[in-house]
Design a binder for this molecule. Structure first.
Ligand SMILES: *Cc1c(COP(=O)(O)O)cnc(C)c1O
Length: 419
């Protein structure tokens, strides 16, 4: 967390004071460090120096077009999972030839849009999808470049909700039957079968599952080439974790080595889809203490950010570090809860943290990935602002929502008007 440090007792993002941002734009807000994104992207990419590679940022982890523009300027591509993400990636100036499209439920409309945009590749997840891709490409008089998402049946040893590469998961096609699917795809007239794809899970803190998956993929590529299918791309997905609490996470070089050892001298372009690894520790959520409460047995800090702003604690019981924006020696064991009418609305439970008084600020750490991207308007709460810091300056990359934003798409039906 080198990008969020204390200077004279108060937390800065790079050279910008979080207190200053809070006093100028209010709370809660997400704040991201441009330098953190830049450094992580560069070390990730440089770890594969000397190999043909495309680093496709997983848009769903942190989809703001300000962030995507920054990544585009660094040469990043995008891993998208919907038409909405395609639209964002294009608006942010990401080269369509660096966009890969995954997902088990791509609609015809989304496929049509992606073909029109001229993306690099579809990562197909079923036989039926292959037929739809072929059909939509033919209708447009185009060819669809595809990879098939392979389920290598490797245990990523992560949270069950974010493990995706096991047989029992809904993703991809089982490695045992996938060779037939490749032959089937290669026989379809409007498809160019050029890639193999896998994504085995998220928040992996060990490189061995990546190495195991890579070995399986490399042997598959050799089989497919023997079948006359000229595979040009090996897409290893995302999933490399970050430190939330005390996890030791492999360095980019160790991750790269595990994969490159398996790839050997195979002539192939590598694709990676890191999300959390680039965005997770690039952002924090800043929230103000509204009230403190004692239930006799428990102490509560009621803050102005809630599960609608950061869902991960409620959804996965995820741990996010919580630090005071203004340093203090005082400590307290408490629950940090939001204003939402749900017992599940907490950011931390029974946590020993700095004792920040009412009106003080906390920074909820490691909130850059799957934070704002999972935010909702539950309880009619306008979504938080997002800010990008670069050095001593900050830029609002998403203004705080207004009440008008909340009701804007809604309407009262005609039979209830003019009562
Ligand atoms: C979610 C996802 C990613 C990114 O996962 P991270 O754990 O954030 O790196 C990459 N590829 C696919 C297909 C995904 O669904």
């Amino acid at each position: 967390m080198d990008y969020f440090t204390y200077q004279n007792g108060t937390m800065y993002c790079e050279d910008t004071s979080l207190e200053q941002i809070a006093s100028e734009i209010g709370t809660p807000f997400y704040v991201y460090s441009a330098k953190s994104f830049t450094d992580s992207f560069n070390t990730f990419s440089n770890a594969f120096e000397g190999r043909e590679r495309i680093i496709c940022f997983a848009v769903k982890s942190c989809p703001n077009i300000g962030i995507l523009s920054l990544l585009a300027s660094l040469g990043a591509g995008a891993d998208i999972v919907s038409g909405g993400e395609l639209d964002r990636a294009l608006k942010a100036g990401i080269n369509p030839q660096k966009i890969v499209f995954a997902g088990v439920g791509k609609t015809r409309q989304e496929i049509h849009e992606a073909l029109e945009a001229g993306i690099l590749m579809f990562n197909a997840e079923s036989e039926q999808e292959l037929d739809v891709l072929n059909d939509e490409a033919r209708k447009l008089g185009k060819r669809a470049k595809i990879a098939i998402r392979v389920n290598p049946n490797v245990d990523p040893k992560t949270h069950p909700y974010i493990s995706t590469g096991l047989k029992k998961n809904k993703f991809g096609i089982s490695v045992e039957t996938v060779r037939e699917q490749f032959r089937y795809a290669a026989g379809l007239d409007s498809l160019d079968v050029e890639g193999v794809h896998c994504h085995i899970g998220s928040q992996l803190t060990d490189v061995s599952p990546f190495a195991d998956a890579a070995k399986i993929m490399v042997s598959l590529i050799k089989d497919l080439r023997a079948d006359g299918i000229n595979i040009k791309y090996l897409d290893m997905g995302g999933g490399l974790g970050i430190t939330y609490k005390d996890e030791t996470v492999p360095k980019h070089e160790d991750y790269a080595k595990a994969i490159l050892d398996a790839v050997g001298d195979l002539d192939i372009t590598l694709i990676f889809e890191p999300g959390r690894n680039l965005s997770g520790n690039a952002g924090v959520l800043v929230t103000r203490v509204l009230y403190t409460k004692d239930s006799g047995t428990k102490h509560f800090k009621v803050v102005d950010a809630a599960m609608n702003d950061l869902a991960r604690p409620s959804l996965y019981d995820a741990y996010h570090g919580i630090k005071p924006v203004y340093e203090t020696e005082n400590r307290i064991t408490c629950d940090v809860v939001g204003p939402i009418c749900e017992t599940g609305d907490f950011l931390a439970r029974d946590r020993d943290i700095a004792d920040v008084p009412v009106d003080g600020l906390y920074a909820v750490l490691s909130a850059g990935a799957y934070g704002m991207s999972m935010a909702s308007n539950y309880n009619s709460r306008p979504r938080a602002a997002e800010v990008l810091v670069s050095g001593g300056k900050y830029y609002i990359i998403r203004r705080r929502e207004t009440y008008a934003d909340l009701t804007g798409p809604e309407s009262v039906p005609a039979f209830l008007r003019n009562r």
